[in-house]
Design a protein around this ligand. Structure first.
Ligand code: ADP
Length: 369
């Protein structure tokens, strides 16, 4: 059991690299928090600071309200799982998993055996307890690393891109296993990844990072529905959101946005008529999956576009289109007989059109449904 509070954390490495800038973050007890962002944005640095493996240049970390200043990784009682497994090559699987138990005073051999076997059962690796790491597949190695992390009862689990070295099938299996472990243990998880789909599946909340800064923290669906800036809107969701340089005008009962030459009325509940806009420029954003072939029941706008490319993706069809010399991507989940060269009508519900300030790139309205 542990809540973690990061207060105003900054980190400058020796050569002046500012890896973190004034990061504030509250991780709740038993929460699964994912740190999401591209390579180099500071995720691992933040995780290693929580672990006590490196020391922040500024700020403080509290575990259940208690400052961790000056406490090393062992004193913080955390367990960490790395991308490269970090197993002891000369020890078999049993001894690798048992290793952290050696630090517990008074623990008997029988207790160690019991705990290792119970952990191995949970991870489905009972059959390989006698093998050395070099005799294991990548997925098995990562299961052993998970075993070593959960065999004792840490207050916090930290994961640094644990699935990055695995193939797709193995990644899916282990991702589900990590989610199950979280459900079964009463422990706080912080998990680093650059993979937005992993973040969406695993996280109770996701903190999206860019350049040493947390841009947005929220439940995966909230971040997807209501990204607070262009960066988050582009990073969360796959394929990426389409962005358009657009114009906005105030009409009789609502604002209208002109996207690729077509007018879309934004509901007043989303953008009240007394909203002060700096000028008529706006960045609009539409997710590929929000273009529909059927007329929606909710308020919508429409446009006509020419199909330039069709890419079958198994579960659906990715379609590149062109409208008034602008290109964009649409994804249709149901199979359709859309063909290259054809002009089609597309519908977009006005509630799912995102609008951003072109100067600050911050969102200027929220979804209402
Ligand atoms: P991420 O985990 O998101 O890929 P990191 O936390 O590893 O990002 O790195 C953040 C920034 O800090 C990067 O610019 C990286 O080059 C730099 N950095 C990381 N570790 C060190 C180090 N030991 N010394 C100097 N710079 C570092």
């Amino acid at each position: 059991m542990s809540s973690i509070e990061l207060k105003n954390i900054s980190m400058t490495y020796d050569k002046g690299v500012k890896a973190l800038k004034n990061v504030d973050l509250q991780v709740n007890d038993h929460e699964f928090l994912v740190l999401l962002g591209p390579s180099g944005c500071g995720k691992s640095t933040l995780l290693r600071i929580v672990a006590g493996l490196i020391t922040e240049t500024e700020g403080d970390i509290l575990f259940d309200g208690e400052s961790m200043k000056g406490k090393d990784a062992r004193e913080r009682n955390i367990s960490m799982v790395f991308q490269n497994y970090a197993l002891y090559p000369h020890l078999n699987v049993f001894k690798n998993i048992a290793f952290p138990l050696g630090n517990i005073k008074g623990i008997t051999k029988e207790e160690i055996k019991e705990r290792v076997e119970e952990t191995a059962r949970l991870l489905d690796i009972e059959e390989i307890l006698n093998r050395r790491p070099r005799e294991l597949s990548g997925g098995q190695k990562q299961r052993v690393a998970l075993g070593r992390a959960i065999v004792r009862d840490p207050r916090v689990f930290l994961f640094d891109e644990p699935l990055s070295n695995l193939d797709v099938k193995m990644r899916g299996d282990l991702r589900d296993l990590i989610a199950e472990i979280h459900r079964n243990l009463n422990t706080t998880f912080i998990y680093v990844t650059h993979d937005q789909s992993e973040a969406m599946v695993l996280g109770d909340r996701v903190a999206v990072m860019e350049n040493g800064v947390i841009k947005q923290v929220g439940a995966p669906q909230d971040v997807y529905n209501n990204p607070n800036c262009v960066y988050v809107a582009g990073f969360v969701g796959s394929p990426k959101m389409n962005f358009f340089a657009s114009r906005i005008t105030k009409g009789e009962g609502s604002y209208s946005v002109k996207i690729m030459g077509n007018m879309f009325d934004i509901p007043v509940e989303r953008l009240p008529l007394d909203t002060e806009l700096k000028d008529d420029r706006v960045i609009s954003g539409i997710r590929p999956e929000d273009f529909k072939l059927e007329r929606p029941e909710k308020p919508y706008g429409s446009l006509r576009a020419t199909v330039t490319k069709c890419i079958p993706m198994g579960s659906g069809l990715h379609v590149e289109l062109s409208c008034n010399d602008k290109s964009f991507l649409a994804v249709f989940l149901n199979h359709t007989d859309v063909k290259v060269g054809e002009e089609i009508e597309l519908f977009v519900e006005t509630d799912v059109i995102h609008l951003f300030d072109p100067e600050t790139e911050e969102a200027i309205c929220r979804r209402i449904r």
